[in-house]
Design a protein around this ligand. Structure first.
Ligand code: TXE
Length: 497
């Protein structure tokens, strides 16, 4: 069994009261790691270390080109270790190794991209008229508290750390208690590449204790969270009280809109990818598959056939397509959402139960589930299930598809499947959604903004916008007039500007 300590000021340290938490495998039910459970005192030590590193300018004070070199070294180290880190993610959270390898292989790109942004981002000099020059520069914000979830432990931590650190900030990371080991590895790897100690600190522990202590700490200058919408509200309220900026990437209920001109097999493959990757545990999961009525029967028949063929199994096996849910709690949430839908008269067209295979009995497995005969008054239409459950609902025309797609509290992501690009773009225009894919789903890139509308959060990850959100502006106005004005030395009218 692995043991993990906190990472503060470049050193592994136990929690001050030696409290620990267990990380339990969702495959076997056995404890796979014991982690330190940080107290408010430990969080304070981590924030103090981060603050010290920010104040003495050991990282923000060096040229962006040098920061980029360090981040590129970290990217190279990460590429070398992808295999081991992917296996570690799979062991803790149960996501198939095939997915974790593909996902982690791309993560060096975030370090490279934000290193490049740090070198190329420029201030500006707005024209404020003769006699004055106005220089606007961007400077780092300070110490950021990064609170991350379990569904993509390294991807989401990387999205936040890469940009925060490239911009010259120091950070304290609170990874999810269900998958904390790889984010801890990332902190060590960044230091190995040359990020000075104290810049990246990690406090592991529960949300209600460690996470709360971090979000309430007065030494934090920015909060950045990915998690459930209720968690996001609590953290954003805390940021509001303290008047510090917050970025929040929260829940979703993504529509997958399939028009009858989309090739059937492509649309079905796309819907499967949207709904069941990560066993449906993603914020952009395609949980509402909307299909044009003229294609509905053929689409549903083909979808059910493909769902029946998905391979559940040991996530460490490269042939496994669907792993377990992350925990017993998460499986119970999924099962009770499906039971409630069933009780409300919804048809369970596939899945809707735990698999019978005795080889899977010890794990938190749940069959990929398709629900039909769903209306907008059913709870399942609205609630985020965060598991392998999708509803399939017919629509008539563009107007009807827009009405259904926008009928949600969330507005994170969605996809449109059509060969008519003009129609796709017309639809994008009217969707209250932050990320829309046409003939694709789930695609993420460090250069492409990632953030939602409505209850899906505030602000955006990735891209130059995220870099700017990790900086604050400093405006310097220089008087270039040959002689100074003397406001009180005259009664002549003067211009005050
Ligand atoms: O997430 P939490 P949970 C959704 C999904 C899921 C539900 C609950 O619907 O079913 O959230 O999952 C930390 N102060 N998403 O309970 O609790 C917590 O320790 C500070 C969507 O696992 O929101 C973890 O590090 N921190 C999501 C992080 O917040 C707190 C991904 C997220 O955990 C805290 C995960 C507090 N009061 C779940 N309470 C997405 N958008 O992708 C918790 N935390």
């Amino acid at each position: 069994m692995r043991e993990a300590l906190l990472h503060i000021d470049g050193r592994p340290v136990p929690a001050e009261d030696h409290a620990t938490m267990d990380v339990v495998s969702p495959v076997t039910g056995r404890t796979v790691a014991r982690i330190a459970h940080a107290s408010p005192g430990d969080v304070d030590r981590a924030v103090t270390a981060a603050r010290r590193s920010f104040e003495d300018r050991r990282w923000r004070g060096i040229a962006p080109r040098e920061r980029a070199r360090v981040l590129n070294r970290a990217a190279a180290l990460l590429s070398e270790r992808v295999h081991d880190l992917a296996a570690l993610e799979t062991e803790q959270i149960g996501r198939p190794i095939r997915e974790m390898r593909a996902q982690l292989a791309r993560l060096p790109e975030w370090l490279e991209y934000f290193g490049a942004v740090a070198q190329t981002d420029r201030g500006s000099v707005p024209d404020v008229g003769a006699g004055q020059v106005n220089l606007i520069r961007r400077v780092p914000i300070g110490v950021a508290g990064l609170i991350t979830p379990w569904n993509h432990p390294l991807l989401i931590t990387m999205k936040k750390v890469s940009v925060a650190v490239a911009a010259g900030n120091s950070v304290v990371i609170k990874p999810s208690e269900l998958g904390p080991l790889v984010p801890l590895e990332l902190a060590r790897l960044l230091e190995e590449a040359g990020v000075p100690t104290g810049v990246v600190n990690v406090v592991t522990g529960a949300g209600a204790t460690t996470g709360r202590a971090l979000s309430e700490h007065r030494g934090i200058d920015k909060l950045d969270v990915t998690g459930g919408t209720e968690t996001g509200r609590v953290i954003a309220a805390e940021a509001g009280r303290r008047l510090i900026p917050v970025t929040a990437e929260l829940g979703g209920k993504a529509p997958v809109i399939v028009f009858d001109d989309a090739p059937l097999d492509d649309a079905v493959a796309g819907a499967l990818f949207a709904s069941f990757i990560a066993t449906g545990q993603t914020c952009v999961q395609g949980s509402r598959i909307l299909v044009q009525d003229t294609a509905y029967d053929a689409f549903l028949a083909r979808l059910l056939e493909r769902v029946g063929g998905l391979r559940l199994g040991d996530p460490a096996d490269t042939a496994t397509q669907i792993g377990p849910l992350v925990s017993a709690v998460q499986r119970d949430r999924v099962a009770s959402a499906v039971e409630q839908a069933r009780a409300q008269g919804v048809t369970v067209a596939a899945g809707g139960r735990v698999p019978e295979d005795p080889a899977l009995a010890a794990g938190q497995y749940y069959l990929p589930t398709i629900l039909t005969e769903v209306t907008t008054s059913h709870d399942i239409w609205r609630q985020e299930v965060f598991g392998p459950v999708a509803v399939v609902v017919p629509f008539h025309d563009e107007e009807d598809a827009i009405r259904l797609a926008n009928d949600a509290d969330f507005g994170l992501a969605g996809s449109i499947w059509t060969h008519d690009t003009a129609r796709g773009l017309r639809m994008v225009d009217r969707l209250d959604i932050g990320i829309v894919w046409i003939n694709d789903h789930h695609r993420v890139d460090p250069a492409s903004p990632w953030g939602g509308m409505k209850d899906s959060g505030i602000g955006s990850e990735n891209a130059i916008e995220a870099f700017h959100a990790y900086t604050q502006m400093k405006s310097t106005v220089i008087n270039t007039a040959p002689s100074g004005a003397d406001w009180f030395g005259t009664t002549e009218p003067m211009r005050y500007s």
